[in-house]
Design a protein around this ligand. Structure first.
Ligand code: NAD
Length: 504
């Protein structure tokens, strides 16, 4: 067996996944390629629409008992999941590298993010709740109650094959929901690993059916999750194109959606910025994860006084990055693109940009790394002004540099895109930072000062506005999306006064 296939099999065996046992009744399977070399890793079972319907049935049947389990007890299951993730951190990180091509440090960081979310959810299980509000009626009490929502669907993207699932799942579990997870078709192995660890925790707790995994070969086979009225919330992470299809379809049956969609993230660099700090943040945000984060920096809006120096310093930093196969190597900064199509889209954007007056400063070239895999040097390109092309999300390491003369103009350029996910300003001027973070500043969900747009912590709510979908996952009060709010009025008196003084 080739080395990478053997590594994938060993990782799954360590976690306790036997692919034979996981096969569907019909026994259909498909092979999973690795972007590291393009070779096939393993065969996995395929879920068709009937399997998805069965998974919904099971999640619905498991819900009443789970919903009635006290939240802190549900939290114990999430604590157990967090412990299992700690135990298998390196193994899961290997699966992420094998399936997505992330460098080891970022793959381990993704698993750490899952552990952090579990810790946060355990705490949440003892403290979420509503307000008690003053009633206008004597002897009455008005209160908010938060109840489990029901079975929910989690649809996740390839580029965070584990963390996005955990943002939703850890919180939904403590909130008392049951879950059907449809991961990206590109990442079934990581999904099997995550689901096996949670299955262990849930089985120990006596609730084995609370979480269901479906491995479709075609996104369209996830249709029952969108159309079945028992699925109370569809939390979907992926492209804006996907959200435009999924959102209206779920809303048409009055189901709830939580959409985490594409970004077109920018950073403004003002004349007062600390350029050393800005360059470090920009290089990680634009070239890290091979430009395949939803929060990747794609537009750099730099003041005309600093644009040339900044571009030159980023070029120099880019030319020191090591592009290559990160498997068992710690010196690689940029791994492969997920597939050839990502490179085609990147080249197409560079060529179209050239026609619009754009100039490549460095990068955008194929790097031959062994017999397979799609490796590319991160591209840095100048563009005289923002064009329709720059307004699109190209999901690859391609950073456009746009000049500006005053901050109002920079903020206007910044906000003049369909998406609204993550944003940054680099400045040492408190007034500029205040304008960017204020009501007429960045229109994004994530608004950073002297920090790049990518690499969020789990404690804050994560998500974006406009074509990014408006959803928020993980921290702050994002848990509310996974619960039903009840407004409860209790009459402790012997009278029946009506609200607003109505007599009847
Ligand atoms: P994608 O839209 O191709 O797929 C995402 C998921 O949606 C997959 O599980 C896919 O099977 C599913 N899907 C697609 N069409 C569907 C349909 N009709 N019915 C049901 N499910 C359907 O995205 P991708 O290529 O996997 O991921 C990259 C994209 O995701 C980028 O646009 C990136 O910005 C975005 N993303 C956003 C966030 C965020 O939090 N905002 C996080 C990660 C990725």
């Amino acid at each position: 067996m080739p080395e990478l296939a053997k590594a994938a099999e060993d990782a799954l065996t360590t976690i306790g996944v036997g692919l034979g046992r996981a096969a569907t009744p019909g026994g259909a399977t498909r092979t999973v390629p690795t972007p590291l070399t393009g070779e096939d890793l393993l065969s996995v079972p395929v879920s068709d629409r009937d399997d998805v319907a069965v998974a919904i049935e099971r999640a619905a049947a498991a819900w009443p008992a789970w919903a009635q389990t006290p939240a802190p007890v549900r939290g114990e299951t999430v604590r157990r999941l967090g412990d299992l993730l700690r135990e298998h951190k390196d193994t899961l990180a290997d699966l992420i590298t094998l399936e997505v091509g992330k460098i080891a440090s970022e793959a381990r960081g993704e698993v750490q993010e899952m552990i952090d979310v579990c810790d946060m959810a355990v705490g949440l299980s003892r403290r979420f709740g509503g307000h008690t509000l003053p009633s206008e009626r004597p002897g009455h009490q008005l209160q908010e109650t938060w109840q489990p929502l029901g079975p929910i669907a989690v649809i996740s993207a390839f580029n965070f094959p584990a963390a996005v699932w955990s943002w939703n799942t850890a919180i939904a579990l403590v909130c008392g929901d049951t879950i059907v997870w449809k991961p990206s078709e590109r990442t079934p192995l990581t999904s099997l690993g995550c689901a096996a660890l949670l299955a262990q925790a849930l089985t120990e707790a006596g609730h084995p059916d609370v979480h269901q995994l479906v491995l479709t070969a075609d996104p369209a086979d996830g249709a029952p999750l969108l159309d079945d009225g028992r699925i109370r919330l569809v939390s979907a992470t992926g492209s804006t194109r996907m959200g435009a299809e999924v959102g209206p379809r779920v809303q048409a049956r009055f189901g709830r959606t939580l959409l985490e969609l594409g970004g077109n993230n920018a950073a403004i660099v003002t004349p007062s910025a600390d350029l050393d700090l800005a360059v470090r943040a920009i290089v990680f945000a634009a070239a890290g994860t091979a430009g395949q984060r939803c929060t990747t920096l794609r537009r750099l809006i730099a003041h005309e006084e600093v644009v040339d120096e900044l571009t030159d310093r980023i070029r120099a930093a880019y030319e020191q990055l090591t592009v290559g196969n990160p498997w068992r190597r710690d010196d690689v900064h940029v791994g492969p693109l997920i597939h050839e199509g990502a490179y085609t889209a990147m080249r197409d954007a560079i060529d179209r940009g050239h026609a619009d007056g754009g100039q490549v400063v460095t990068g955008g070239e194929r790097v031959e790394v062994g017999p397979g895999g799609c490796y590319v040097t991160p591209a840095l390109a100048t563009m005289p002004e923002q064009t329709d092309l720059v307004r699109e999300e190209t999901f690859a390491p391609l950073l456009w540099v746009l000049p500006y003369t005053d901050l109002d103009e920079a903020i206007a350029i910044h906000n003049d895109v369909p998406q609204g996910l993550a944003s940054s300003i680099f400045t040492r001027d408190l007034r500029e930072a205040g304008r960017f973070t204020g009501p007429l500043g960045s229109d994004c969900g994530i608004v950073n000062v002297n920090v790049g747009p990518s690499g969020a912590e789990v404690g804050g709510a994560f998500g974006g506005e406009k074509a990014t979908g408006g959803g928020r996952e993980t921290g702050s009060d994002a848990w509310k999306a996974y619960m039903r709010r009840g407004t409860t009025t209790i009459n402790h008196s012997d009278e029946l006064p009506l609200a607003q003084g109505v007599e009847f």
